[in-house]
Write a protein of this length. Structure first.
Length: 86
């Protein structure tokens, strides 16, 4: 599967969480919608054998567990504003 196809697959899953009838999303922080989004991202990581942990304020970190070698660091909010875009 190409990188583009893989990303499209992930977004198909993630875009449904908190989706409103008008196509926008509402995933306010500390709500069930944000929790579902975190669970989905963690599940994607699990499919690739990655580990995860969350800190005391809910930041979730997904990693390979080794702490060695090359790495890629990506950060993003998994919550959204009311009726935010994808």
């Amino acid at each position: 599967m190409s990188d583009k196809a893989l990303l499209e697959k992930w977004f198909e899953i993630l875009d449904t969480i908190g989706k409103n009838e008008d196509g926008s999303v509402s995933r306010l922080g500390y709500t069930d919608a944000e929790d579902k989004m975190i669970e989905a991202v963690v599940q994607i990581g699990n499919e690739y054998g990655l580990k995860h942990y969350s800190d005391e304020v809910g930041n979730t970190f997904i990693h390979n567990g080794s702490g060695e070698g090359d790495y890629t660091l990506i950060g993003s909010h998994l919550d959204s504003v009311v009726q935010g875009g994808k």
